[in-house]
Design a protein around this ligand. Structure first.
Ligand SMILES: *[C@@H]1O[C@H](CO)[C@@H](O)[C@H](O)[C@H]1NC(C)=O
Ligand SMILES: *[C@@H]1O[C@H](CO)[C@@H](O)[C@H](O)[C@H]1NC(C)=O
Ligand SMILES: *[C@@H]1O[C@H](CO)[C@@H](O)[C@H](O)[C@H]1NC(C)=O
Ligand SMILES: *[C@@H]1O[C@H](CO)[C@@H](O)[C@H](O)[C@H]1NC(C)=O
Ligand SMILES: *[C@@H]1O[C@H](CO)[C@@H](O)[C@H](O)[C@H]1NC(C)=O
Length: 478
């Protein structure tokens, strides 16, 4: 009964949007607005064992998702082990966000385009940055099948892997698995320069050239990483589902911060992304769950036959500026500790938003972030605050505390999809004396907001390309 009253109280508060500012009273009467968490659970266990999620093996098109730097990743051997620290991760996260913002800012003028194409300086090129807080899956390529760990990226379309012979014109960076050799695969074929796929490279912002009528591609990332090689077709095997003639990039010249992964699986909205190419089988539907910690696996599942949660709440996908790859969403509100923040709806509509598997920290329009930070601080007033760290400006010292209570945070999307962020998606933990609110504000009101991967943890996130919608359900994985 008490709980029911409490829920009614909160519903009224949200609905009427006034009163209810008495945090102390609410805290006493209801835990519904707070997560009570053991301080020790904030940190990754020191064990080096991996707990496999059972979900991933249920359907034939489901793959284990692992965080790149953790006990579940196979990319942790001596050969490639150069794990980045938190400062590197956040610095490169900002580089990725900057490149997304510049890609999605007002259309470049014709003159900008020409100078971009003429530029030979890789670092000056506009492109997307891979970032570091990424998740990987293992995909089989070729005949016989060669298993490779690929970063998956909902922000780009072109799938690629490093290919032998590296070093003919360039080099390959060190990767964990042996580098794919197209000449030992019976299902490999080059793509001709006159194909539609080859033509589409320039419209995707990539580099295109021809060599003996074979199509050459190049993707330049904002952090001066790049991949370059032949566009080709190959057989791809996902668990036990087989796809023939999938278009991909066979990169013979690759450099950058890929930390042992063999390449990238492009899950964007565009025509040449992996979900678009396999739409005949999977109807352009895929879903994933990012695990709460590197000690667990999540899953990436294609199609809907694996059983999507019945509690998925959908929001329509919108086109973002002139990008064909990104999934645009409309954020309409933010709730902290059961109270909806007063943010004019134009703050969100001016910026627009995307969901991105490769951005770590969610970015909000400046005014929305300030409102979130203010409400969060009010609800955390009993904890010792400390200086900000890197891109995060709201931090606490939890030294000596056994448990903490943190306010729940929900994001509301157009169409009534209210998504409660998991307790693991609210804080970014450097160490016990430095635990920060894991959100950041954009620099400008019209920079696009980004729903990042820390806040997506444990949610089942469903991309329904055919239905033009993205959905969320809680408890998708551990
Ligand atoms: C802080 O602690 C005081 C004293 O225990 C309590 O009354 C108050 O509700 C707490 N504030 C919050 C935001 O929890
Ligand atoms: C693809 O093109 C490269 C470069 O011209 C060539 O070495 C290779 O043999 C071609 N592969 C096939 C299967 O045609
Ligand atoms: C295309 O490749 C040729 C030969 O490899 C090279 O000379 C030319 O500069 C390339 N074109 C561009 C636009 O880079
Ligand atoms: C490598 O260089 C050779 C000769 O210069 C050229 O024919 C070939 O197309 C180049 N390959 C790539 C992937 O750029
Ligand atoms: C955190 O709090 C502990 C105990 O109060 C103190 O010893 C330590 O210096 C603090 N650390 C930081 C970074 O503020």
């Amino acid at each position: 009964m008490k709980n029911l009253l409490n829920i009614i109280n909160i519903v009224l508060c949200v609905w009427l949007s006034f009163g209810c500012t008495d945090g102390a009273q609410k805290r006493k009467s209801g835990e519904v607005s707070f997560h009570r968490i053991h301080a020790s659970s904030l940190f990754p266990s020191s064990s080096s064992s991996c707990v496999l999620s059972p979900r991933a093996s249920n359907t034939k098109s489901s793959l284990h998702v692992v965080h790149r730097h953790g006990p579940c990743s196979s990319l942790n051997s001596k050969k490639t082990k150069t794990s980045p620290n938190h400062d590197d991760i956040l610095r490169l996260d900002q580089a990725r966000v900057n490149s997304i913002h510049s890609k999605l800012s007002k259309k470049p003028t014709a003159r900008d385009r020409v100078s971009q194409i003429q530029s030979t300086d890789l670092e000056a090129r506009d492109g997307n940055t891979l970032g570091l807080g990424n998740y990987i899956v293992t995909v089989g390529i070729g005949t016989p099948k060669h298993d490779l760990s690929l970063v998956f990226d909902t922000g780009s379309d072109l799938t690629w892997t490093q290919c032998q012979p590296c070093g003919r014109n360039g080099t390959c960076y060190p990767q964990e698995e042996p580098i794919f050799n197209p000449s030992s695969s019976t299902s490999y074929s080059n793509i001709s320069c006159s194909s539609r796929f080859c033509d589409s490279l320039t419209s995707q912002g990539h580099y295109k050239n021809c060599s003996a009528s074979n199509c050459i591609y190049g993707v330049f990332y904002g952090d001066s990483s790049f991949t370059e090689g032949f566009l080709a077709k190959e057989k791809f095997t996902l668990n036990s589902d087989v796809f023939h003639n999938v278009n991909f990039g066979c990169g013979e010249n690759n450099q950058g911060l890929f930390y042992g992964a063999a390449g990238l699986l492009g899950l964007g909205r565009g025509t040449f992304s992996f979900p678009s190419q396999t739409a005949m089988t999977y109807n352009n539907v895929f879903s994933y769950c990012l695990p709460s910690s590197p000690d667990y696996t999540g899953h990436l599942t294609f199609g809907s036959s694996g059983g999507l949660s019945t509690s998925v709440k959908y929001t329509p996908v919108s086109k973002v500026r002139d990008s064909a790859s990104f999934y645009g969403l409309d954020i309409v509100g933010i709730t902290v500790a059961g109270k909806e923040l007063e943010i004019p709806v134009t703050v969100f509509s001016t910026a627009g938003a995307i969901i991105d598997s490769g951005t770590v920290i969610t970015r909000l329009p400046p005014k929305a972030y300030v409102a979130l930070r203010t409400a969060f601080k009010e609800n955390m007033e009993n904890y010792t605050s400390t200086m900000g760290h890197s891109i995060l400006d709201t931090c606490y010292n939890f030294t000596g505390l056994e448990s903490v209570e943190i306010p729940k945070v929900s994001l509301s999307f157009r169409g009534g999809a209210d998504v409660e962020v998991d307790s693991k998606g609210i804080l970014y933990v450097f160490d016990v004396s430095e635990v920060c609110l894991a959100f950041a504000g954009n620099g400008n009101d019209d920079d696009v907001a980004i729903f990042g991967n820390v806040q997506q943890k444990t949610l089942q996130v469903v991309y329904d390309g055919a239905g033009g919608r993205v959905g969320f359900a809680p408890d998708g994985c551990m």
